[in-house]
Design a protein around this ligand. Structure first.
Ligand code: GDP
Ligand code: MN
Length: 380
């Protein structure tokens, strides 16, 4: 789950990372009131779940409450990379002497959290990595050992920060960022820019914070932060039905049981010359209702032209899945072509149930490859 800047900054504040004082505003009047309350120059910032807001005109400095209101008016409703601005963060403006970059994310290849730090902040990090890779210091943390203070010093010296006060402040923030990452089950914590003010104070001017969806049950306050309106309606439906769903851009709907089988099903559709419309894992249970739920999510995508339903029964019983498919066909009046491949526990029973009902749009295929080819054909 991605957090808005202001939500990420709230978590930063909780671990002690310095951030500016600010207020949330949903209207231009609220933006004015926030500016009045904060007093002094403020920055009016679009809250959208994407980066590059500055370049898109979503970040403006306002000297007076009048100006804050006018900018708020401009920014509210702005479309930034497909995200419409409905919330603003009004914060006390900072003077900037330097812009650095600090992030912590997972390096899945190495199976360790990875810090990245550079004094070339403010711009997109991919650009720094491409144009001046030497300026980007990378450092892995062993999750079992945990964060060690020398690691912060290595980052700071490695990037060439020479001012002792800056070194000290940044080293502290590095430790606090690791704290936040672990404490809130984050998958990404990014500060870009991490600024130094002319007075030599270091603080987080932006926040990108992603929390692991699977850990949200441990963080009810963070789970509450989700903006249901901003979520993709299909993903929201899937979440509600406890179906693991990822939207892709093809036309063959893919349902399987278990992430591994579903992934190979996606691969197989591609191998057969088709394009998967999604990845949908109905999990290990595969109850009739689970099948109905998964199909209702997949068929809510208008791009889906045919469905490939691939089940290997272990704990899942194929007869139960077959009943679920038939139930879904009836309940949902589903008339898209469905290709079903059943194997494993009670597969014969499952196939028999489907053969007896024999709806016109349902095709049973004995192997994965044949099923994939047929589904691709039917989607064309
Ligand atoms: P992003 O474009 O979505 O990454 O949004 P940021 O929060 O990083 O803001 C973009 C840029 O606006 C920053 O890199 C700063 O240069 C500038 N900016 C943001 N807040 C302030 C501020 O308080 N004072 C000044 N002078 N500039 C700011
Ligand atoms: Mn930024």
């Amino acid at each position: 789950m991605d957090l808005y800047e202001y939500q990420g900054k709230e978590l930063f504040r909780q671990v002690g990372i310095p951030v500016s004082d600010g207020r949330l505003a949903l209207t231009s009047k609220e933006a004015r009131a926030a500016a009045e309350e904060l007093g002094g120059e403020v920055v009016v910032k679009a809250q959208v779940l994407t980066g590059g807001r500055g370049k898109a005109g979503g970040v403006k400095l306002a000297a007076t409450p009048d100006e804050a209101e006018a900018y708020a008016q401009d920014i509210l409703g702005l479309d930034i990379k497909g995200h419409v601005v409905k919330r603003l963060w009004i914060e006390l403006a900072s003077d900037i002497a330097k812009e650095y970059y600090l992030s912590l994310t997972f390096d899945r290849g190495v199976k360790k959290p990875l810090f990245m730090f550079t004094t070339q902040g403010g711009v997109e990090i991919e650009q720094v990595a491409a144009e001046s890779p030497d300026a980007l210091v990378r450092l892995h943390v062993d999750p079992l050992e945990g964060f060690q203070p020398w690691q912060a010093r290595r980052l700071v010296y490695g990037a060439g920060v020479t001012d002792p006060s800056e070194q000290k402040q940044i080293a502290k923030i590095v430790g606090q960022l690791y704290d936040a990452f672990v404490r809130f089950d984050a998958m990404l914590c990014e500060i870009n820019p991490l600024i130094v003010t002319p007075d030599g104070l270091v603080k987080a001017l932006d926040s990108k914070f992603t929390v692991d969806d699977n850990a949200l049950h441990r963080h009810p306050a963070i789970a509450e932060m989700r903006d249901a309106e901003a979520a993709d309606p299909l993903e929201a439906l899937a979440r509600e039905k406890h179906v693991t769903y990822v939207k892709l851009d093809g036309d063959v709907g893919v349902c399987g049981n278990g992430a591994g089988l579903t992934m190979s099903t996606v691969d197989l559709v591609t191998f057969a010359g088709g394009r998967p419309a999604n990845f949908c894992d109905l999990g290990g249970g595969g109850s009739a209702q689970g099948v109905v739920d998964a199909l209702s999510v997949v068929t809510s995508d208008p791009q889906v032209k045919a469905i490939f339903f691939n089940i290997f029964g272990g704990i899942t019983r194929c007869d139960e899945v077959a009943r679920g498919i038939l139930q879904a066909l009836v309940e949902m009046g589903l008339d898209l072509p469905i290709v079903v491949r059943l194997d494993g526990t009670n597969a014969e029973e499952g196939r028999r149930i489907l053969a007896e009902a024999a709806p016109a749009n349902l095709h049973v295929s004995p192997t994965m490859l044949e099923a994939a080819k047929l589904a691709v054909e039917l989607a064309a």
